[in-house]
Design a protein around this ligand. Structure first.
Ligand code: HEC
Length: 109
């Protein structure tokens, strides 16, 4: 009986720990996000263009999440506002899933 209880405690602790590290957003359409990001953001955020080059591995998952919460403060906020919330979520999904500290960081570019 006590063993069962201990086991239950262990499992629930594990589940809670997992939930704590999980993303705070719902996964969107990664492929669409990649397309949108490349088409609309990379025009400026690339080598030799007007802004810092950006790609998924430029930031950690947490940093991308924060960036998408605070984009209104960025110089390019107007560019972000051209997208619907779900389109922004798609871009975040792409960047997050291939971020610097993700299980599958983007390799090229
Ligand atoms: C018209 C050019 C332009 C476009 C398009 C653009 N940006 Fe920016 N962005 C800038 C400039 C300029 C800055 C401020 C200077 C810098 O960081 O290079 C900036 C800043 C940022 C920053 C903050 C700086 C940092 O490194 O954390 C992020 C994140 C960002 N942009 C992401 C995006 C995303 C995502 C998109 C597409 C939705 C986008 N930008 C579209 C020009 C642009």
């Amino acid at each position: 009986m006590l063993r069962n209880l201990l086991c239950l405690l262990l499992i629930s602790g594990f589940v809670l720990a997992l939930a704590g590290t999980a993303a705070a957003f719902e996964q969107g359409n990664e492929r669409k996000g990649k397309y949108l990001f490349r088409k609309n953001c990379r025009s400026c955020h690339t080598e030799g263009a007007s802004a810092e080059p950006l790609n998924p591995i430029s930031k950690t998952q947490a940093q991308w999440e924060r960036a998408f919460q605070r984009y209104e403060r960025f110089e390019c906020a107007d560019q972000w506002k051209g997208f619907s919330e779900s389109e922004r979520n798609d871009m975040l999904t792409y960047l997050y899933n291939h971020a610097f500290d993700s299980p599958s960081p983007a390799t090229c570019e």
